[in-house]
Design a protein around this ligand. Structure first.
Ligand SMILES: N[C@@H](Cc1ccccc1)C(=O)O
Length: 477
């Protein structure tokens, strides 16, 4: 058994006394009491000693409590400040009027009759007055009251008792070598060769060091940064935009009909402000009403510009993609954005009213549906999902549409977003003539899967223990 010199010295002292306190032993060993607790802890890990930790709470008077000890509690001071009776108005001038009157009434020292405070004749010492002088014997409810009134505070103190065990006795009886051990060698000891004659303290290589918690980036932020890196590496540029969007960009420009359920109050956060329609909005109106100059028939009916002027918290980052395209209608465009979006979801383990989306668009002369699947596959593979497949999907703004899915060991195929080629109804109003590939994915869902979380809220709560134990290396978060 490996013992440090300090452990050995403590053990030998324990043989003599059996049981000790760190304070007593600190004097004998000429070490601080804290260190003795630590040596005791080391001995107890080897079953050579036991360390008992006793927590006691002691009540002591606060500064205010001490002052009242000599001056009397506020109610007593107030009581002594007047004769048999006093008008309420007069009494109110006393500095302790507020708290004192309440207590005098409660204790039955006074009664109030038509605005006068009259002594009842019985003002015997209250339990508080008795016990403020004798805190130790105060019953629990009085203690509580004293603390509540700020007259006393409770303090915890920890006391340790260290005792030797039978195993400790045996080991000591077998003899303990007390020669000095060297834990650190000096340069001199090394160069002169003196180290050869020293008793070196052995390292316990099985012992875990105390963990250290350096500052690090939140695992969720780290994953977002990684996604950004991947897209930048794939040649995309990043878009940024406001979280407040006109319904025009969030819905209408994406050919979402004005009576689409996603636009209803219960799905979207609607804001009070209005936003002017951008130049060229009439083409979007025509597209909705008749299909404009394209072969589309539109949704029919009347398109209301007022509805399009409403503002919302963006429900998807696609609102930024379409704005970027409207401003850059000529190829090539290869852009992405990662941002927070808002939906009126009831909160549960897999739904939150705000979450992050990642959105990408690629516009070029000859891009095809196969390129879209290729981009998605490449991205998910780089994110660490090896098996990716696509199922047909539906979005009002893309045709064809797909829902990419990735395979997760314990879960099977999990849907991770939406994608497609923007419809002509979306691109034509802005004079875009070549195909635009688009996709969006739920970043927080990817995080859940990668980090093995069962509750999305974990990402947003910054639970320090969880943040600490999440690894920062090894590719996967
Ligand atoms: N906006 C869609 C995702 C999507 C983006 C782009 C094209 C197709 C689908 C969503 O929020 O789910």
């Amino acid at each position: 058994m490996q013992l440090t010199l300090n452990e050995k010295r403590l053990l030998l002292e324990l043989v003599k006394c059996g049981t000790t306190t760190p304070e007593e032993m600190g004097v004998i060993l000429d070490r601080p009491a804290d260190s003795v607790v630590q040596y005791g802890g080391l001995l107890s890990q080897k079953d050579l000693a036991t360390v008992e930790r006793n927590v006691t709470t002691t009540l002591s008077l606060t500064e205010e409590g001490t002052r009242y000890l000599s001056e009397g509690l506020p109610e007593r001071q107030l009581y002594n400040s007047f004769g048999d009776s006093s008008s309420m108005a007069d009494l109110n001038k006393h500095p302790h009027a507020k708290i004192g009157l309440g207590w005098m009434k409660r204790l039955g020292w006074v009664k109030i009759e038509s605005g006068n405070v009259i002594k009842t004749g019985d003002a015997s010492l209250s339990s508080l007055e008795i016990h403020v002088k004798n805190l130790d014997n105060a019953p629990a409810d009085i203690k509580k009251e004293l603390i509540k009134r700020g007259l006393a505070t409770e303090e915890e103190s920890v006391r340790y008792v260290i005792s030797i065990t039978e195993l400790g006795q045996k080991l000591a009886a077998a003899g303990i070598d007390l020669s000095e051990e060297t834990g650190t060698l000096t340069a001199d000891q090394i160069s002169s060769g003196a180290w050869k004659d020293l008793t070196l303290r052995r390292y316990d290589i099985n012992k875990h060091p105390r963990p250290v918690w350096p500052g690090k980036i939140h695992p969720y932020q780290r994953m977002i940064d990684e996604m950004r890196r991947i897209l930048l590496d794939m040649g995309f540029t990043e878009l940024h935009g406001s979280i407040v969007q006109g319904a025009f960009w969030n819905f209408d420009a994406l050919f979402q009909p004005q009576d689409h359920p996603a636009r209803e109050m219960q799905d979207t956060f609607h804001l009070a402000g209005k936003q002017d329609l951008p130049e060229g909005w009439e083409k979007v109106r025509d597209m909705h009403e008749t299909g404009g100059n394209t072969s589309s028939t539109g949704w029919g009916g009347k398109w209301d510009p007022e509805k399009a002027k409403a503002t919302v918290l963006r429900t998807h980052t696609t609102s930024l993609s379409i704005q970027h395209l409207a401003a850059h209608p000529k190829p090539p465009v290869k852009a992405f954005c990662i941002g927070r979006v808002y939906r009126r979801e009831a909160i549960d383990p897999t739904h939150l009213p705000e979450f992050e989306q990642l959105e990408g668009i690629v516009m070029d002369d000859n891009v095809t549906f196969r390129n879209l699947l290729g981009f998605l596959k490449e991205f998910y593979t780089r994110m660490g999902f090896e098996s990716v497949r696509f199922r047909p999907g539906y979005f009002p703004y893309t045709e064809p549409s797909v829902e990419p899915e990735v395979y997760i060991e314990e879960l099977g195929w999990v849907e991770l977003g939406g994608a497609g080629i923007f419809r002509e109804e979306v691109t034509a109003p802005w004079g875009i003539t070549c195909p635009v590939l688009a996709w969006g994915l739920g970043v927080s869902r990817v995080a859940m899967l990668r980090m093995g979380l069962t509750d999305l809220r974990q990402l947003y709560q910054s639970d320090i223990d969880w943040v600490r134990q999440m690894p920062t290396h090894g590719g996967r978060c």
